[in-house]
Design a protein around this ligand. Structure first.
Ligand code: KIV
Length: 273
């Protein structure tokens, strides 16, 4: 969404404006970002939500998984992004084991907001995180609940696999979404979920649902910045697309992505499960 105020500047994106976009059927564009310069570029392209994801462990630090990423590292990158004062909504990931108890969740989410400048936190979890979400909501901390493939659970799940393929796990995910909405979540994020299941979840909630590998019926899309700029070495995940060939430059690729999300041409069937 690229709406300007009277001075021609972008209006800040808020959770309420994302809900309005969902209600209007206007798609939400989201990308990960970890530093000041790229945040300026994303904001100029009109990206709605900027996620300081724990994917930074892989794309910034070259680690094999997101598990080693610390609170200090997320806060550091969050500050770099916040210093660009983006109009896009700044979301920060809660790292692995930072929200296992309500006390830890409140302390760590509070740090992301106070020290990092985040406006919403994202946590990976199922309906079992309902009490944590309720307490965060009660403390005035907006929450995006990340369902489906949860990379922080890679060793428990046994790999980066599409989730919700069989009927019982699909029903469990629908129930998790319902429980987390009821608990006070403000947004949902679905990773690697079959198209029909993601569509059912998006239809069944008032909350904006952002997808990555979750098909075109989510209310918005997110990609890892390095994947969509063609910077990831080797093969990119099936759900990702390199926008550099059609964009021709970093700014062109960002604009092509925002446009493709807005007009529904991304994701195409080859990016879906
Ligand atoms: O950490 C991250 O970048 C994420 C996205 C893949 C959604 O969680």
């Amino acid at each position: 969404m690229y709406t300007a105020n009277a001075e021609g500047q972008r209006k800040p994106v808020t959770i309420a404006s994302l809900v309005e976009m969902k209600q209007r059927g206007q798609k939400i564009s989201c990308l990960t970002v970890y530093d000041y310069s790229f945040t300026v570029a994303l904001d100029q392209a009109g990206v709605d939500v900027m996620l300081v994801g724990d994917s930074l462990g892989m794309v910034m630090q070259g680690r094999e998984t997101t598990l080693p990423v610390t609170m200090e590292e997320i806060i550091y990158h969050c500050r770099c992004v916040a210093s660009a004062r983006p109009a896009g909504l700044l979301m920060a990931d809660m790292p692995f084991m930072s929200h296992g108890t309500v006390a830890d969740a409140l302390h760590n989410a509070g740090r992301l907001m106070k020290e990092g400048g985040a406006r919403i936190v994202k946590l990976e979890g199922t309906g079992e995180q309902a009490e944590v979400v309720t307490q965060l909501a009660g403390a005035g901390i907006p929450v995006c609940a990340h369902l489906g493939l949860r990379p922080q659970a890679v060793h428990k799940v046994g790999g980066y696999r599409v989730q919700g393929r069989d009927e019982s796990s699909a029903r469990a995910m629908v129930e998790d979404a319902r429980v987390l909405e009821h608990a006070g979540a403000d947004m949902l994020l679905l990773e690697c979920v079959p198209v029909a299941l993601a569509a059912e979840i998006a239809r069944g909630t008032q909350l904006p649902v952002i997808g990555i590998g979750a098909g075109p019926d989510c209310d918005g899309q997110i990609l890892v910045l390095q994947d969509m700029l063609g910077l990831t070495p080797g093969k990119i995940p099936r759900f990702a697309k390199n926008f550099m060939p059609e964009g021709g430059s970093i700014h062109g690729a960002l604009q092509a992505y925002v446009k493709a999300v807005a007009d529904g041409t991304f994701p195409a069937s080859e990016h879906c499960f």
